[in-house]
Design a protein around this ligand. Structure first.
Ligand code: SF4
Length: 289
């Protein structure tokens, strides 16, 4: 199996077999993201994907989870995704879960019937990067969708039987827009009520448009304590049920987790302690993406 370029996957897919079905990201325009800048987006040849699945079968005795990479495998035509899922079922009968990234636009562009069919053929979980629920911030970061489109996409995926994991980025609005980011993100997540919500913390990569904006003084980054205040506002405004919350990524200053809204008060208490100066923040040198 030969991977093209650096391959990214969600932290929870660390033990999954990764199969690249696309190369890069079909959008590739978010101002903070450098993940796929060196890749020209393409959909891999279906025969090559099947060959790699057969190769993987020969290499691994037991495969419990498969993650379809790169940036948004869900952009594939429904017929192609189903062909891949049928091959997976045939070759890896022991596989318990297949998942992929999906942009809100990928979900919007598929019919409910298609999403249901894909789900029935074994793609069980979608990871959707939301980044922020603020329309102003979404525009600045060039996400290519509005908050309402994100809500529609998330609700649609869930209605069609998908498990949905939504990801946001703490600090993405900088000092000027942290409150808007927290409140609007809480509103969007509350409306979607995803199964999982993950919070990463912004890390600025050289060469990105965001890096240039910061160098020009157009945005000021949050300090760790301000990130915690933003997270407090976000959690405090959330109204979800049985939503697994994780903020334990390598980029986060403080590890947090729980099931919301059940653990809301507990998480808010921890955040309050950090806001009052009790507790240590992860040193910048140990943060990574
Ligand atoms: S953040 Fe996601 S959608 Fe935006 S460019 Fe990066 S991979 Fe693509």
């Amino acid at each position: 199996m030969k991977y093209e370029g650096v391959v990214y996957r969600p932290p929870s897919e660390a033990r999954s077999l990764i199969i690249q079905v696309t190369i890069g990201c079909s959008h590739n325009k978010c101002t903070f993201c450098a993940m796929y800048k060196e890749k020209k987006f393409k959909i891999k040849d279906i025969n090559l994907i099947k060959e790699e699945l057969r190769e993987a079968r020969n290499l691994y005795r037991s495969v419990r989870r498969i993650f379809l990479a790169d940036g948004d495998a869900f952009i594939l035509k429904t017929s192609e995704l189903i062909e891949i899922l049928l091959e997976i079922k045939d070759l890896f009968p022991e596989c318990e879960r297949v998942s992929s990234y999906a942009t809100p636009r990928d979900i919007i562009n598929k019919s409910n019937e298609d999403i249901r069919m894909i789900r029935e053929h074994g793609l069980e979980m979608l990871y959707m990067g939301i980044e922020s629920g603020s329309d102003e911030i979404l525009k600045i970061i060039n996400k290519g969708v509005t908050a309402q489109e994100i809500i529609n996409a998330g609700k649609k995926a869930i209605e069609c039987g998908m498990k949905l994991s939504a990801t946001l980025i703490s600090g993405i609005g900088g000092v000027d827009k942290w409150r808007d980011h927290a409140v609007e993100s809480a509103r969007v997540i509350s409306e979607i009520n995803p199964h999982y919500v993950g919070l990463l913390t912004l890390m600025v990569e050289e060469g990105t448009e965001l890096h240039m904006r910061i160098s020009r003084g157009e945005m000021v980054l949050l300090q760790p304590q301000q990130v915690i205040a933003e997270t407090y506002e976000f959690i405090n405004n959330l109204e979800v049920s049985e939503c697994i919350f994780r903020s334990n990524h390598a980029s986060n200053y403080v590890p947090l987790g729980g099931t919301l809204n059940r653990d809301k008060e507990k998480i808010l208490q921890v955040l309050k302690q950090y806001m009052n100066g009790e507790g240590y923040f992860k040193d910048e040198q140990y943060r990574s993406l």
